[in-house]
Design a protein around this ligand. Structure first.
Ligand SMILES: [Zn+2]
Length: 438
């Protein structure tokens, strides 16, 4: 079967005003022009960038020259906040406050003008066209309560497509959301991976056309499980608030994300040295906004690890394919003297077991040994072999297997059937406690 070209292709042709077929050269010429404008805007209007970019070279003669510019990081946003703005505060229509952990002082706030919000809605409209048709009933399991929230912009984008958005918000009670799915006769849904897994594991009788999983990274085991339970196509969306909520979406070839290349310029750099890596090599994802007016981000370090997949996508577009995010720079927890473990490792192992739909993990460090505590939530309790299967799956993680064989790691597992909703819908982590294991 021939794979249709991503709708982002014709959208980007239109956005960059290029006649005829989209080429890499056309995209890159446009990006260079937009980069120059963004740098000029930032230097002239933002107190933060005026200082931050004072030693950066000028003018930009190629996209490669951007590598000589300094990075921006989450900490800069916390430290300098409003100084990032290139417009007066009365032009800001929406402020998103992120990771208010309380320990780091200032929260991270991202500011958007009305025009910035429109860019996101337009991306959602065109990105959703990949697998949504006019008339489709699409359940939105993302925050939608406030005007301008991610779910609200998505609903507007879907309306432009002629689809029927159903605003729900994040899942707080699996049974209640399943009731809504039945009553509303949904064709598709958009949600957070582990929450959608919880729904699919509890109601394998549903038949959906498509599911979009949206977050920074999607466990492969969750994609496989949702596809199997609901007999549907699962698509991944990559985005973070800093990108303007949306970053990129898969096409029907399921070969990584096609990116919003008319709004965002992506680079892959070495996580330690910050130097650009060779084409196709893995490194940290860095992006620069090309069209944002309120708070442009220049060489923003995402902490996500990925690469551009070499070669053309079978859908025939010239847009790049960013490989699915599999890891982050942070979030590794030591187990045993040399090994380390991430939530992504645990996700793949635990969600591969067919009745597991959520879990909490923590590692405590004791003298001479580490203990991995797992509370695992399952849909069926009458399965005596379940604990054994989960333990076996856990041992498929090389770090766990290695540390256990050296008796430097022990696992302690509790199995539960009762949990009305996944507790942590957003960034999940392995909690850590105790002295570092000497
Ligand atoms: Zn494609």
């Amino acid at each position: 079967m021939e794979i249709p070209i991503t709708p982002l292709d014709s959208w980007i042709i239109h956005k960059i005003g290029h006649p005829g077929r989209l080429t890499r050269q056309a995209i890159e010429e446009y990006q260079l022009e937009q980069l120059r404008e963004t740098l000029c805007l930032a230097r002239s209007q933002s107190p933060f960038y005026r200082k931050h970019l004072s030693r950066a070279p000028e003018p930009l003669s190629s996209l490669g020259d951007l590598a000589q510019f300094p990075f921006t990081a989450a900490q800069d946003i916390r430290d300098f906040g409003l100084q990032f703005l290139c417009v007066s505060q009365d032009k800001i229509q929406r402020v998103v406050t992120l990771d208010t952990t309380g320990t780091t002082g200032q929260p991270k706030r991202i500011y958007f003008t009305e025009e910035d919000q429109e860019l996101t809605t337009d991306f959602f409209h065109n990105g959703m066209a990949t697998f949504t048709a006019p008339g489709d009933r699409v359940l939105i399991l993302l925050p939608c309560e406030r005007a301008g929230s991610v779910g609200d912009l998505l609903a507007t984008g879907l309306q432009r497509l002629g689809a029927e958005p159903i605003r729900h918000g994040i899942v707080r009670d699996i049974a209640q959301t399943l009731g809504v799915m039945r009553a509303e006769k949904v064709d598709s849904l958009v949600g957070i991976p582990v929450q959608v897994l919880g729904l699919a594991r509890h109601s394998p009788e549903f038949r959906l056309k498509s599911v979009l999983l949206s977050t920074d990274y999607v466990p492969d085991a969750v994609v496989r499980a949702v596809e199997r339970e609901w007999h549907c196509q699962v698509y991944n969306h990559y985005g973070m608030t800093e990108m303007g909520l949306g970053g990129g979406v898969e096409c029907l070839a399921h070969r990584g994300y096609h990116l919003r290349e008319a709004d965002l310029y992506f680079e892959i750099v070495h996580p330690e040295t910050g130097q650009p890596v060779a084409e196709g090599e893995t490194g940290e994802v860095v992006f620069t906004t090309l069209t944002r007016a309120g708070m442009p981000l220049i060489r923003y370090r995402t902490g996500d690890i990925s690469r551009f997949i070499p070669g053309a996508c079978p859908c025939g577009t010239s847009l790049k394919n960013l490989e699915w995010i599999r890891a982050r720079k942070t979030g590794r927890v030591a187990v045993g003297p040399v090994e380390s473990l991430t939530i992504a490792d645990l996700d793949e192992a635990l969600f591969s077991v067919d009745s597991v739909y959520d879990y909490d993990a923590s590692v405590s460090h004791e003298p001479g040994r580490d203990i991995l505590h797992l509370s695992v939530y399952v849909t069926r309790e009458d399965e005596p072999a379940l604990k054994k299967r989960i333990a076996e799956s856990l041992e498929t993680i090389p770090a766990v297997q290695q540390a256990m064989s050296q008796a430097s790691l022990f696992a302690q597992m509790d199995i539960y059937t009762k949990r009305t909703a996944p507790v942590s819908p957003f960034k999940r982590t392995i909690r850590e406690s105790g002295a570092s294991g000497q």
